[in-house]
Structures are given as C-alpha cells and as structure tokens.
Design a protein around this ligand. Structure first.
Ligand code: ADP
Length: 541
C-alpha cells in the first residue's frame, strides 16, 4: 500500500523561494579582489539569481546544458549556484588550481556551453581558452568590464527582467550541478549531483547532531566554491537563511582572521593546511582577534591532527569539528561529534574521538571491506571504506571505465582505508595508494603524520613509502619546521618511538621548506614520492 502524501519535488527552487519569503533582509558579504567588502541582501541575491536564469535562457541555454564557472568564492558565484540549476541547467564549477591540460579535458568532456569567469582570473583562463569549445564567455567584474569577444555578467543581468523568470517544472532527479574530482587518482571524473541529492545533503548538514548550521549562524566557507561545492555550505546556508561571508581570493590567515572578526563569523570550514597556518598565526599573536562568536572550525579533506585540534581548543578556546567526505558524496559523509556516552570519558579519550573522522550522518551507510570480507567494527581491523546514501554518486559522468569503483550491490568504493570502532566512529588510516607495506604489515602514514604534527617544532609533516630491499617499503617522514624552531631527526624519531611500535618509526626524516599541495590544498604525496623515488636513507639500518 502506498502512502498518500503529496508528490513534492526536492529542488533548489524551493530553497530560493524560502529564502525570498523569509530572509530578504539577511546579508551576504564578499571580500573583493581589491580587499574591500561588498555587501547586499538575500533580496538582492534572489533577484539577481533569477536575472541570471533569464539571461542564460536568452543566450540559448536549455535545461540539461552545462554552465561552467571559473571563479573564486563570491556573491556572483552564489547567484550562479542557484540561478543555473533553477532554470534547469547544470552548474559546473571548475577548479582553478588544476593544470590547464586537466581543465581543457574537463570542459570538453562536460561539453560546457557557457563559461562564467572572474576578470581577475582571465590570465589563468587564457592558458586553456583556445583549447575548449564553449559558445559564450561571460566575465564577472563589479565594474562590468569585459574584454572584446566576451560578455559582461553585469550587463547581461542589467538587461534581464527577473519577473520574466518562469520556474520550469523540475524533477528532483534532474541534474543540478557537477564537479570533477581533482584527479589525484587518474583522469578527472565527473560527479553529477541531482537537485534531490543537494536538498537532502543540505538538510543533513543543517541537522543538530551534524554541522547544525542555522539561521543565527554567520558562515564563511574557506573551502572554495570551486571545490566540492564549498562542501555544500552555500546551499545549506541559503536553505536556513544564515548570513554568508565569502573570502574572494584572500585565503591567507590574516585576511581570514580579519573577516572572522569583522563579520563575527560563527562557522567556517576548510582543509587542515588552512588551519595549520591559521593556528601558527594565532599562536604568534594570541588575543589579537575577537573570535568569541566562532562555534566551529569544520575540518575535512584530509586528516585533522589531534595536536591541531588540541592547539585550537586549549590555546584559543576554538572548537574544531572533524568531518570526512568526498566530491562523490556531495561531500558530507561523517562528522566527529561526541556521543553522550563519551561525555564522562577522560579528556585524552575525548580528543582521540574528536580526531577520528566520525560517525555517518543520517542516511549515509558505511562499511569496510578487508581481504576476507567486511571487517568487524572493532576499531582495529583495516578495510576499504564503502558508502551508500541518497547523496552518494551512483556512477561517474560518462565514464564506463570507472564502473569498478562501485560494488555489485550498489555501494561506492572510496579508496580510503579505515577502521570502524564499536561506537561507529570511522577513522581513516590511509588512502589505498598511500598505505605503507613494510615486511608484509601495513603502516598508516596518516597516523605518523598526525603524531609528527603534534610535535611542538613541526609545522607540517607528510609520510610516504620509499622502496626498501629488506622490508619492501619503509616510511619516510618529510617535515617542515615552524619558523624559528629546531628539531633533530633523532628527536623526532624518539617522539614517534614513544607513540608507535618500533617497526613503524621511520629510519629517516627529511626537512624541507614546504610540502607541495594538490589543487584542493592537500599535501601532494605523489610529488613527494617522485622526489624521493630513489631515496637512500642517510642512516639506513
Ligand atoms: P581528491 O582528494 O581526490 O582531490 P576529494 O576532495 O573529493 O578529492 O577528496 C576526498 C578524499 O579526501 C577522501 O577520499 C579522503 O581520502 C580524503 N579526506 C576527506 N576528508 C578527510 C578527513 N577528514 N580525514 C582524512 N582524509 C579525508
């Protein structure tokens, strides 16, 4: 017997309608390239999103067409986040930190018809512009300037009448947006999000017991809008009517701290490399910034070291919330909040749990596959994490060759090696390709990195496998020291020896001025592996 409820489609249009009706006076603030602040209201935003939808239709964009953005995080990008899907087209955010060859591949593979680009990014765009086939290039600039052969975003909007916008009848399973994975594992692959996936993901992000984003929040996603939809925060924030702050191109610690203080930000989100930099700045100038309203620094994208979580909490009273996700999971999968049963545990235990990647949010299921079937939830046995849920990709866009990333029974294989403990907390031990196999046993590079980053002299650390005749592979530590700090290899080895079995401790640690980053700001371990390809440890045993 079927239920008899309304057949109400879960689409982004419903989010816009709600924002229009309820949050008209709330603000959206952008840090512009010249460092000044642009402010406007939700009323301005929804009006301009509709104008964009009308303007795109006038350019010939039809439902299902892909409209790409090559932009920093700002209010026009937010207009595209909603204006494009609202008219039935697909918002395709391009990661501007990718190599021009990858961008060429991605734009052509997605068959983008229109591309919106920031004026300040035109030099970067010029590096692949001639190799892509888009019909219209639309330039975003506050003053409305656009070079010959391109269209001005502001002029297009001026010429469009928002009252002419007619919401198409969208099906919740229609595509709304697409993102390509950064390609740290092979060719970039497209993930095509449906309206339904984004709406449900927004609800899950807004839930208490999850990220709990609500109307009273002032939200600043540091994670760019060109990376995994800024973790869905612009969608979630608009759904609940939170004040939104976009940092534009200014992602350095001091600019962010200025933004946090000036706008009294309550929730912010980014990858650990951002927070490691921010923590160092705060440590140098404690008490300089008023961050009293900040309730959560959401960290994901790679493992948040426990030392960093403690550093923020104990030295600055700031709470780090650790979460895990992927482009393929829209991206929120797990959040590490403490179950009530952990409240009475000693502080050290609580920090250990907070440093795990956490428990799955409602509607996301997890399991881990080991060599002999699915591993028990004992917190010890390694297995590859598999997930499923309404906002998890069921396939890659036009990519039959990647069908092996999905199991026969319809789960997504993440490529992350994890343990799951009896309370359901998942902990990433490694990515399958980063695990170190020494003498037939696995060593978790993530665990070693986190421990190294807990040492007071260490700013950043990555651990990679280097070939070893006897053991097949051994870990090599690659460390960036904090400015003005010193530590010897022996001292760091001793630090690790206090925390791990002897055979886990790397024989060698190299000091470097910096660790190369991926397009998403994570440590680029493949570059380190290349660099230390024929590594001979100075003190090989
Ligand atoms: P990519 O890193 O391939 O460019 P994504 O940004 O989609 O693409 O990253 C997803 C991956 O990031 C996950 O598979 C996982 O390896 C890693 N990741 C995400 N969050 C965390 C976390 N909290 N801790 C450790 N690793 C994480």
């Amino acid at each position: 017997m079927k239920g008899s409820m309304m057949d109400y489609q879960l689409t982004l249009s419903s989010i816009v309608k709600r924002a229009e009706a309820l949050f008209g006076a709330k603000e959206i603030i952008t840090r512009l390239p010249d460092r000044s602040f642009h402010r406007y209201t939700y009323t301005d935003f929804t009006r301009r999103a509709k104008k964009l939808a009308v303007a795109l239709a006038k350019l010939g964009v039809r439902p299902g067409d892909r409209v790409a953005t090559f932009c920093w995080s700002h209010h026009q990008h937010l207009e595209a986040y909603f204006g494009v899907p609202m008219m039935g087209a697909v918002l395709h955010t391009l990661n501007l930190r990718l190599h021009p060859d990858d961008l060429t591949y991605i734009v052509n593979h997605a068959e983008d018809r229109v591309l919106l680009v920031d004026k300040v990014l035109l030099p970067l765009f010029a590096r692949f512009q001639d190799r892509i086939k888009v019909e219209h290039v639309v330039v975003i600039d506050e003053a409305g300037e656009a070079p010959e052969g391109t269209l001005s975003y502001e002029v297009l909007l001026d010429d469009a009448d928002e009252n002419a916008f007619q919401a198409p009848d969208l099906d919740e399973n229609d595509a709304a947006a697409m993102c390509y994975t950064s390609g740290t594992t092979g060719r970039p692959k497209g993930v095509l999000y449906s309206h339904r996936a984004i709406v449900l993901h927004s609800l899950a992000s807004a839930m208490a017991g999850s990220l709990a984003i609500q109307e009273s929040d002032v939200v600043l996603p540091v994670v760019p809008m060109f990376h995994a939809n800024a973790w869905g925060m612009p969608f979630t924030a608009t759904m609940v009517g939170a004040t939104q702050v976009f940092p534009g191109p200014h992602l350095d610690p001091v600019s962010l701290l200025e933004d946090y203080q000036q706008e009294q930000v309550t929730v912010t989100a980014g990858v650990p490399t951002i927070w490691l930099g921010l923590l160092q700045t705060l440590d140098k100038k404690p008490g300089t910034y008023d961050l009293s309203r900040m309730r959560a620094l959401i960290v994901g994208g790679s493992a948040a070291p426990e030392g960093m979580i403690r550093g923020f909490q104990e030295r600055h009273g700031l709470t780090v919330v650790h979460a895990w996700g992927m482009t393929e999971t829209t991206p929120l999968g797990t959040v590490s909040l403490l179950w009530s049963s952990l409240e009475s545990e000693p502080e050290d235990t609580r920090y250990k749990y907070r440093a795990k990647q956490g428990v799955p949010v409602p509607l996301v299921e997890i399991r881990a596959r080991g060599t002999d079937g699915y591993v028990p939830w004992d917190g010890k046995t390694y297995g590859e994490l598999e997930v499923r849920g309404p906002w998890v990709a069921g396939a890659y866009y036009n990519s039959p060759e990647s069908a092996d990333r999905f199991t026969e029974d319809g789960w997504f294989r993440t490529g992350d090696v994890v343990t799951i403990d009896p309370l359901g907390y998942m902990e990433i031990q490694d990515r399958t390709k980063d695990l170190i196999k020494s003498g037939g046993e696995w060593i978790s590079s993530v665990a070693l990195e986190n421990a190294l980053m807990g040492h007071p002299a260490v700013a950043e650390a990555a651990v990679i496998a280097v070939p070893d005749e006897r053991w097949q592979e051994r870990p090599l530590g690659v460390v960036v020291l904090k400015e003005g700090q010193a530590a010897t290899v022996e001292e760091l080895r001793g630090w690790l020896a206090d925390r791990f079995a002897k055979w886990w401790v790397p024989e060698a640690i190299e000091f470097v001025p910096e660790i190369p980053r991926t397009a998403a700001g994570k440590f680029l371990k493949s570059a380190l592996r290349e660099k230390f390809h024929n590594y001979q440890p100075p003190t090989a045993s």
